[in-house]
Design a binder for this molecule. Structure first.
Ligand code: GRF
Length: 195
């Protein structure tokens, strides 16, 4: 059984897609053991609680400096003896010591077809604003392994989504979530859990 931890900062719709996929048998041989957020107000924590899953907030604001936060974050992950860490809209940079310790065991969902519209400054609606500004006809989402860079690790899965006439960033974001993110993130976890 693959022990999975999910890290969120916001609404947690990708977390919900994972939980629903496990319940529906679309993700086999895996269990979400803990949900961790840097944001006490993250609705993703509520989604975890509703599902009977440990929901933990570790906020940088609670620590004297970033190093102490990083140490607390890694210690919490270690405590759950996780096989896989899933970043599902987690907006805090993963400390290098965690990337080293969990090499090839951390994955991230990004709302574009990497290498387009990714890297520093490309998160949330900003990604879709950039895609619309460039005038791309196809966008999508990417699941990739996390390395020391920003959205630079090996790509695991991608799914394309059509940009439609009249799309706003919010409309496009929703379509990318529904048609791509919520599909390929569970698929990626199932593949890792069932090699
Ligand atoms: C998603 O769009 C994801 O691609 C990005 O952050 C957003 C998280 O949304 N990394 P949610 O918290 O899963 O609803």
């Amino acid at each position: 059984m693959l022990r999975v931890g999910v890290m969120v900062s916001g609404g947690g719709t990708n977390l919900q897609a994972i939980l629903d996929a496990i319940d529906a048998g679309k993700i086999r041989n895996a269990s979400v053991e803990v949900v961790i957020s840097n944001n006490p107000g993250a609705y993703g924590l509520e989604r975890a609680k509703k599902h009977g899953i440990d929901a933990i907030c570790i906020s940088p604001k609670e620590f004297a400096d970033r190093e102490q936060f990083n140490e607390a974050l890694v210690a919490k992950v270690d405590e759950y003896q996780l096989d896989l860490v899933v970043l599902a809209g987690f907006l805090v940079k993963i400390p290098q010591q965690m990337i080293d310790k969990y090499e090839h065991r951390i994955i991230n969902i990004h709302p574009s077809l990497i290498p387009s519209f990714c890297g520093v400054g490309y998160y949330g609606l900003k990604v879709h604003e950039a895609a619309l500004a460039r005038g791309v006809k196809i966008t999508g989402a990417t699941v990739h392994y996390v390395d020391g860079g920003m959205d630079t690790g090996p790509i695991l899965l991608q799914k394309a989504v059509e940009v439609k006439e009249g799309d706003t960033p919010t409309i496009l974001q929703r379509r990318v979530m529904e048609e791509a993110e919520w599909v390929i993130l569970p698929q990626a976890i199932d593949r890792i859990a069932n090699p």
